[in-house]
Design a protein around this ligand. Structure first.
Ligand code: 3PG
Ligand code: MG
Length: 393
């Protein structure tokens, strides 16, 4: 894949519309993890130094085409202001008269941030007129939104049909770091997947059955598979409508010789809290009032042994509710083990990044820590990603 990058573009005196992935965790109106913003700075700084003015756009969360006050970009703009040390002007929409006026006033070196693109349903529909409108504000389009390149949305794909389009340094860096895995994956190749939701990861698991030697599952994702095997999961989080798919995947894996390994035991509690009573229960012993909130210690040791032997490891998603002390052990110890194993380690996903930060584990301990979750997994699956395709020559 040959990307056109901003080094190929003439940006002096131009208005550059840049799509970033500032879908960052927020709490009480503050950015909890600024990794994705920090990682976009080299591109923004290069454009500004080269004499461009920039219009920054991103989605934040999943507002379903409506304005959601808690998902406005203001805290993100404030964070960018602080990091760039430049006055970032923020408008309250991403299209319309207010944007037109702000754009018309832009001078070289100015930064304007648009409102959450997903406040308009046309964004996810990749609506042509909407994309054209966004494009009309600028001379050049740059994407550095690696975390969102697997989405064919107006701001990640549609807009590129109306402007000369280039990749920023973050996209270039991610693609370069991940591409070797598309050719030759040293084996044993192990995929460690966690996180709460199964829906976004189901396709990924299916695709990796034919690539990975072992797939280790934790988090809510594992609960769904455990329930699919017919065990009682008590009050645990799981997705009832995905039980059939989970069964189908387990059957397919068996046929293709890929081992899907589920935790055989879990740290359980009756309630979620920082000081609650917990127990380490075998999967056969989960009772109706219990919640499975981390992998059990015996499973942790088993996972650790497999990871230590692996030559290539991809990790996406925490294996437990690591934000709460009683349920952090599985995620913390696996992160620590991965920071020391001999095999190559590729990590990704917002929650995984946040977990590393939470435990104070430095990203430079791993082969590559990606700002993309789904995007990294889909790229490594070998899929052609719409947000990258538009940036190729
Ligand atoms: C992410 O955090 O995974 C990206 O920003 C994409 O978000 P999405 O899964 O809501 O499209
Ligand atoms: Mg995602």
């Amino acid at each position: 894949m040959k990307l056109k990058t901003i080094k190929d573009a003439e940006v002096k005196g131009k208005k550059v519309l840049i799509r970033v992935d500032y879908n960052v965790p927020l709490q009480n109106g503050e950015v909890m993890d600024d990794t994705r913003i920090v990682e976009s700075l080299p591109t923004l700084q290069y454009l500004l130094k080269s004499g461009a003015s920039i219009i920054v756009m991103s989605h934040l969360g999943r507002p379903k085409g409506e304005v959601v006050d808690d998902l406005k970009m203001d805290p993100v703009a404030a964070k960018l202001n602080e990091l760039l040390k430049i006055d970032v002007k923020k408008v309250d929409s991403c299209i319309g008269p207010e944007v037109e006026e702000a754009v018309s006033e832009l001078k070289a070196g100015d930064v304007l941030m648009l409102e959450n693109t997903r406040f308009h349903k046309e964004e996810k529909e990749n609506n042509k007129d909407f994309a054209k409108k966004l494009a009309s504000y600028a001379d050049i389009y740059v994407s550095d939104a690696f975390g969102t390149v697997h989405r064919a949305h107006a701001s990640t794909e549609g807009v590129a049909h109306h402007l000369d389009s280039y990749a920023g340094f973050l996209i270039e860096k991610e693609v370069e770091a991940l591409s070797p895995l598309l050719e030759d994956v040293p084996k044993p190749f192990v995929l460690l997947l966690g996180g709460a939701k199964i829906d976004t990861k189901i396709g990924v698991i299916k695709a990796y059955i034919n690539k990975a030697d072992k797939i280790l599952l934790g988090g809510g994702l594992a609960n769904t598979f455990v329930a699919a095997q017919g065990f009682d999961v008590g009050q645990s989080l799981y997705e009832e409508d995905k039980l059939d798919v989970a069964r189908e995947i387990m059957l397919e894996a068996e046929k293709s010789g890929c081992e899907i390994i589920l935790p055989g035991g879990f740290i359980v509690a009756d309630e979620i809290g920082d000081n609650v009573l917990t127990a380490d229960m075998e999967v056969t012993g989960i009772e109706a009032n219990m919640k499975m909130l981390d992998i059990g210690v015996r499973s942790l040791n088993k996972f650790a042994g497999i990871l230590e032997e692996a030559k290539t490891i991809i990790w996406n998603g925490p294996v437990g509710l690591y934000e709460k002390k009683p349920f952090e052990r599985g995620t913390r110890e696996l992160a620590e083990i991965l920071s020391e194993v001999k095999g190559k380690t590729y990590l990704g996903g917002g929650d995984t990044l946040s977990a590393l930060k939470h435990f104070g584990i430095k990203p430079d301990k791993f082969t590559h820590v990606s700002t993309g979750g789904g995007a990294m997994l889909e790229l490594l699956e070998g899929k052609k990603l719409p947000g990258l395709k538009v940036l190729t020559s």
